[in-house]
Design a protein around this ligand. Sequence first.
Ligand code: SF4
Length: 270
Amino acid sequence: MQPNPLQHLMPTCSGAKAAAAGSVLTPAASTSGEHADPRAGTVRLNEIFHSIQGESTWAGAPCVFVRLTGCPLRCTYCDTEYAFREGRTATLGEIVDAVRATGCPLVQLTGGEPLAQKRAFDLIRLLCDHGLTVLIETSGAVDISPCDERAIRILDIKTPGSGESARNLWSNISNLRARDEVKFVLTDRPDYEWAVATIAERGLSERVQRGELGAILLSAAWEQPKGLEIAGCAGLSPRSLAEWIVADRLPVRMQTQLHKIIWEPHTRGV
Ligand code: SF4
Protein backbone atom coordinates (compact mmCIF):
# COMPACT_ATOMS: atom_id res chain seq x y z
CA MET A 1 0.00 0.00 0.00
CA GLN A 2 1.28 3.49 -0.84
CA PRO A 3 2.11 5.71 2.15
CA ASN A 4 -0.51 8.40 2.60
CA PRO A 5 1.20 11.81 2.10
CA LEU A 6 -1.68 13.44 4.00
CA GLN A 7 -1.56 11.24 7.09
CA HIS A 8 0.52 13.62 9.18
CA LEU A 9 -2.09 16.34 8.69
CA MET A 10 -4.93 14.37 10.21
CA PRO A 11 -6.11 16.10 13.38
CA THR A 12 -6.29 14.44 16.76
CA CYS A 13 -9.95 15.26 17.14
CA SER A 14 -10.58 14.20 20.72
CA GLY A 15 -8.14 16.76 22.04
CA ALA A 16 -9.30 19.56 19.79
CA LYS A 17 -9.82 22.90 21.41
CA ALA A 18 -13.46 23.88 21.03
CA ALA A 19 -14.24 27.12 19.30
CA ALA A 20 -17.12 29.27 20.41
CA ALA A 21 -20.37 27.94 18.95
CA GLY A 22 -21.58 29.95 16.04
CA SER A 23 -18.62 32.31 16.07
CA VAL A 24 -16.34 33.20 13.18
CA LEU A 25 -13.00 31.58 13.89
CA THR A 26 -9.80 33.53 13.92
CA PRO A 27 -6.58 31.51 13.90
CA ALA A 28 -4.07 32.25 16.59
CA ALA A 29 -1.50 33.52 14.10
CA SER A 30 -3.82 36.19 12.77
CA THR A 31 -3.91 37.90 16.14
CA SER A 32 -0.15 38.10 16.56
CA GLY A 33 0.79 40.29 13.63
CA GLU A 34 1.54 39.69 9.97
CA HIS A 35 3.88 36.91 8.89
CA ALA A 36 6.71 37.86 6.56
CA ASP A 37 6.46 34.36 5.10
CA PRO A 38 2.84 33.51 4.30
CA ARG A 39 3.73 29.80 4.57
CA ALA A 40 4.26 30.33 8.29
CA GLY A 41 0.70 31.56 8.81
CA THR A 42 -1.67 29.07 10.40
CA VAL A 43 -5.24 27.93 10.10
CA ARG A 44 -7.31 25.49 12.07
CA LEU A 45 -7.48 22.36 9.93
CA ASN A 46 -10.16 19.71 10.29
CA GLU A 47 -9.01 17.18 7.68
CA ILE A 48 -7.29 16.82 4.35
CA PHE A 49 -7.90 13.97 1.94
CA HIS A 50 -7.67 12.92 -1.69
CA SER A 51 -10.95 11.80 -3.22
CA ILE A 52 -13.39 12.40 -6.07
CA GLN A 53 -15.10 15.76 -6.49
CA GLY A 54 -18.75 15.10 -5.68
CA GLU A 55 -20.46 18.39 -6.49
CA SER A 56 -20.45 21.29 -8.94
CA THR A 57 -19.50 21.10 -12.62
CA TRP A 58 -16.18 19.61 -11.44
CA ALA A 59 -17.94 16.48 -10.14
CA GLY A 60 -16.12 13.30 -11.02
CA ALA A 61 -12.63 14.78 -11.09
CA PRO A 62 -9.99 13.56 -8.62
CA CYS A 63 -9.49 16.32 -6.07
CA VAL A 64 -7.69 17.04 -2.81
CA PHE A 65 -9.98 18.45 -0.13
CA VAL A 66 -8.73 20.78 2.57
CA ARG A 67 -11.43 21.09 5.21
CA LEU A 68 -10.99 23.97 7.64
CA THR A 69 -12.57 24.07 11.06
CA GLY A 70 -15.47 26.27 12.07
CA CYS A 71 -18.63 27.69 10.56
CA PRO A 72 -20.84 30.57 11.70
CA LEU A 73 -23.94 28.88 10.27
CA ARG A 74 -25.99 25.90 11.43
CA CYS A 75 -27.83 24.63 8.35
CA THR A 76 -30.53 22.04 9.05
CA TYR A 77 -28.98 19.56 6.59
CA CYS A 78 -25.33 20.07 7.49
CA ASP A 79 -23.38 16.84 7.08
CA THR A 80 -20.10 18.11 8.49
CA GLU A 81 -21.09 19.02 12.02
CA TYR A 82 -17.78 17.48 13.14
CA ALA A 83 -16.01 20.36 11.38
CA PHE A 84 -17.63 22.98 13.62
CA ARG A 85 -15.04 22.39 16.36
CA GLU A 86 -12.66 19.51 15.67
CA GLY A 87 -9.24 20.23 14.28
CA ARG A 88 -5.69 21.29 14.91
CA THR A 89 -3.46 24.18 14.00
CA ALA A 90 -1.51 23.68 10.76
CA THR A 91 0.79 26.01 8.86
CA LEU A 92 -0.12 27.03 5.35
CA GLY A 93 3.23 25.68 4.22
CA GLU A 94 2.57 22.16 5.45
CA ILE A 95 -0.88 22.14 3.87
CA VAL A 96 0.46 23.32 0.52
CA ASP A 97 3.25 20.72 0.66
CA ALA A 98 0.80 17.94 1.49
CA VAL A 99 -1.54 18.92 -1.35
CA ARG A 100 1.35 19.04 -3.82
CA ALA A 101 2.65 15.66 -2.62
CA THR A 102 -0.51 14.02 -3.95
CA GLY A 103 0.30 15.13 -7.51
CA CYS A 104 -3.35 16.11 -7.95
CA PRO A 105 -3.80 19.40 -9.83
CA LEU A 106 -7.26 20.12 -8.35
CA VAL A 107 -7.78 21.21 -4.75
CA GLN A 108 -10.90 22.35 -2.94
CA LEU A 109 -11.10 24.40 0.23
CA THR A 110 -14.16 23.46 2.18
CA GLY A 111 -15.44 23.36 5.74
CA GLY A 112 -17.14 24.37 7.77
CA GLU A 113 -16.86 27.77 6.20
CA PRO A 114 -13.28 28.02 4.93
CA LEU A 115 -13.39 31.78 4.42
CA ALA A 116 -14.24 32.39 8.07
CA GLN A 117 -10.53 32.09 8.79
CA LYS A 118 -8.52 35.12 7.74
CA ARG A 119 -5.48 33.06 6.67
CA ALA A 120 -7.59 31.08 4.22
CA PHE A 121 -7.08 33.87 1.70
CA ASP A 122 -3.29 33.47 1.97
CA LEU A 123 -3.69 29.72 1.56
CA ILE A 124 -5.73 30.20 -1.60
CA ARG A 125 -3.06 32.51 -3.02
CA LEU A 126 -0.26 30.06 -2.23
CA LEU A 127 -2.09 27.15 -3.85
CA CYS A 128 -2.77 29.25 -6.95
CA ASP A 129 0.89 30.29 -7.08
CA HIS A 130 1.78 26.62 -7.46
CA GLY A 131 -0.41 26.36 -10.55
CA LEU A 132 -3.15 24.35 -8.87
CA THR A 133 -6.79 24.77 -9.80
CA VAL A 134 -8.38 25.96 -6.57
CA LEU A 135 -12.08 25.55 -5.84
CA ILE A 136 -13.65 27.22 -2.81
CA GLU A 137 -16.90 25.90 -1.40
CA THR A 138 -18.43 28.72 0.61
CA SER A 139 -21.67 29.27 2.49
CA GLY A 140 -22.47 32.63 0.92
CA ALA A 141 -22.45 34.29 4.33
CA VAL A 142 -18.86 35.59 4.13
CA ASP A 143 -17.40 38.21 1.80
CA ILE A 144 -15.77 36.37 -1.13
CA SER A 145 -14.19 39.44 -2.70
CA PRO A 146 -10.72 38.98 -1.08
CA CYS A 147 -10.25 35.60 -2.83
CA ASP A 148 -7.41 35.42 -5.33
CA GLU A 149 -8.86 36.03 -8.78
CA ARG A 150 -7.44 32.73 -10.06
CA ALA A 151 -9.63 30.75 -7.63
CA ILE A 152 -13.09 29.45 -8.49
CA ARG A 153 -15.86 30.08 -5.96
CA ILE A 154 -18.82 27.74 -5.54
CA LEU A 155 -21.22 29.92 -3.63
CA ASP A 156 -24.17 28.56 -1.68
CA ILE A 157 -27.34 30.58 -1.67
CA LYS A 158 -29.10 29.47 1.49
CA THR A 159 -32.79 28.71 1.12
CA PRO A 160 -35.42 29.12 3.87
CA GLY A 161 -35.31 25.36 4.49
CA SER A 162 -31.66 25.61 5.48
CA GLY A 163 -32.69 27.78 8.41
CA GLU A 164 -29.96 30.23 7.43
CA SER A 165 -31.36 32.26 4.52
CA ALA A 166 -31.08 35.44 6.60
CA ARG A 167 -27.28 34.97 6.48
CA ASN A 168 -27.02 35.29 2.68
CA LEU A 169 -24.58 38.11 1.93
CA TRP A 170 -26.19 39.36 -1.26
CA SER A 171 -23.28 41.62 -2.17
CA ASN A 172 -21.43 38.40 -3.05
CA ILE A 173 -23.63 38.03 -6.12
CA SER A 174 -22.11 41.10 -7.73
CA ASN A 175 -18.62 39.75 -7.03
CA LEU A 176 -19.15 36.49 -8.93
CA ARG A 177 -16.89 35.86 -11.91
CA ALA A 178 -17.15 33.87 -15.13
CA ARG A 179 -15.88 30.59 -13.70
CA ASP A 180 -17.75 30.81 -10.38
CA GLU A 181 -20.87 28.78 -9.68
CA VAL A 182 -23.89 29.25 -7.41
CA LYS A 183 -25.60 26.39 -5.63
CA PHE A 184 -29.03 26.00 -4.03
CA VAL A 185 -29.52 23.01 -1.72
CA LEU A 186 -33.28 22.40 -1.60
CA THR A 187 -35.20 20.76 1.22
CA ASP A 188 -38.75 20.87 -0.19
CA ARG A 189 -41.06 22.37 -2.83
CA PRO A 190 -41.21 25.83 -1.14
CA ASP A 191 -37.40 25.93 -1.28
CA TYR A 192 -37.54 25.11 -4.99
CA GLU A 193 -40.03 27.92 -5.65
CA TRP A 194 -37.87 30.29 -3.60
CA ALA A 195 -34.84 29.32 -5.69
CA VAL A 196 -36.73 29.84 -8.96
CA ALA A 197 -37.79 33.31 -7.81
CA THR A 198 -34.28 34.18 -6.62
CA ILE A 199 -32.72 33.08 -9.92
CA ALA A 200 -35.15 35.37 -11.74
CA GLU A 201 -34.87 38.34 -9.35
CA ARG A 202 -31.07 38.24 -9.37
CA GLY A 203 -30.78 37.70 -13.12
CA LEU A 204 -28.61 34.62 -12.61
CA SER A 205 -29.63 32.81 -15.81
CA GLU A 206 -28.87 35.91 -17.85
CA ARG A 207 -25.45 36.14 -16.22
CA VAL A 208 -24.71 32.55 -17.21
CA GLN A 209 -25.86 33.28 -20.78
CA ARG A 210 -23.58 36.33 -20.94
CA GLY A 211 -20.64 34.28 -19.70
CA GLU A 212 -20.45 36.20 -16.43
CA LEU A 213 -21.22 33.17 -14.26
CA GLY A 214 -20.25 29.54 -14.73
CA ALA A 215 -23.35 27.63 -13.61
CA ILE A 216 -26.46 27.53 -11.47
CA LEU A 217 -26.59 24.28 -9.51
CA LEU A 218 -29.69 22.81 -7.87
CA SER A 219 -29.25 20.00 -5.41
CA ALA A 220 -31.71 17.91 -3.39
CA ALA A 221 -30.85 17.88 0.32
CA TRP A 222 -30.09 14.45 1.72
CA GLU A 223 -31.84 13.23 4.84
CA GLN A 224 -29.86 14.40 7.85
CA PRO A 225 -30.69 13.37 11.41
CA LYS A 226 -30.90 15.98 14.13
CA GLY A 227 -27.45 16.64 15.51
CA LEU A 228 -25.95 18.30 18.53
CA GLU A 229 -26.14 21.71 16.90
CA ILE A 230 -28.29 21.28 13.81
CA ALA A 231 -32.03 20.67 13.51
CA GLY A 232 -31.83 17.90 10.90
CA CYS A 233 -33.68 17.59 7.60
CA ALA A 234 -36.07 15.07 6.06
CA GLY A 235 -34.39 15.43 2.67
CA LEU A 236 -35.84 15.94 -0.79
CA SER A 237 -36.34 13.27 -3.45
CA PRO A 238 -33.92 13.84 -6.36
CA ARG A 239 -36.58 12.51 -8.68
CA SER A 240 -39.04 15.19 -7.56
CA LEU A 241 -36.46 17.88 -8.14
CA ALA A 242 -35.59 16.50 -11.58
CA GLU A 243 -39.26 16.48 -12.58
CA TRP A 244 -39.83 20.05 -11.38
CA ILE A 245 -36.79 21.30 -13.32
CA VAL A 246 -37.91 19.59 -16.51
CA ALA A 247 -41.54 20.73 -16.14
CA ASP A 248 -40.44 24.34 -15.66
CA ARG A 249 -37.71 24.15 -18.36
CA LEU A 250 -35.44 25.72 -15.79
CA PRO A 251 -32.00 26.61 -17.23
CA VAL A 252 -30.00 25.09 -14.38
CA ARG A 253 -27.81 22.10 -13.76
CA MET A 254 -29.09 19.49 -11.30
CA GLN A 255 -26.44 17.78 -9.22
CA THR A 256 -26.21 15.03 -6.69
CA GLN A 257 -23.50 14.60 -4.10
CA LEU A 258 -21.58 11.96 -6.01
CA HIS A 259 -19.42 10.95 -3.06
CA LYS A 260 -22.56 9.97 -1.11
CA ILE A 261 -23.53 7.59 -3.89
CA ILE A 262 -20.04 6.09 -4.25
CA TRP A 263 -19.54 5.69 -0.50
CA GLU A 264 -21.98 5.33 2.38
CA PRO A 265 -23.59 8.80 2.86
CA HIS A 266 -22.08 9.47 6.29
CA THR A 267 -18.55 8.30 5.48
CA ARG A 268 -15.94 10.86 6.48
CA GLY A 269 -12.80 11.69 4.53
CA VAL A 270 -14.20 10.95 1.06
S1 SF4 B 1 -23.82 23.18 5.46
FE1 SF4 B 1 -24.14 25.13 6.54
S2 SF4 B 1 -23.57 24.73 8.68
FE2 SF4 B 1 -22.69 23.08 7.45
S3 SF4 B 1 -20.62 23.75 6.94
FE3 SF4 B 1 -21.95 24.39 5.23
S4 SF4 B 1 -22.58 26.48 5.74
FE4 SF4 B 1 -21.77 25.57 7.64
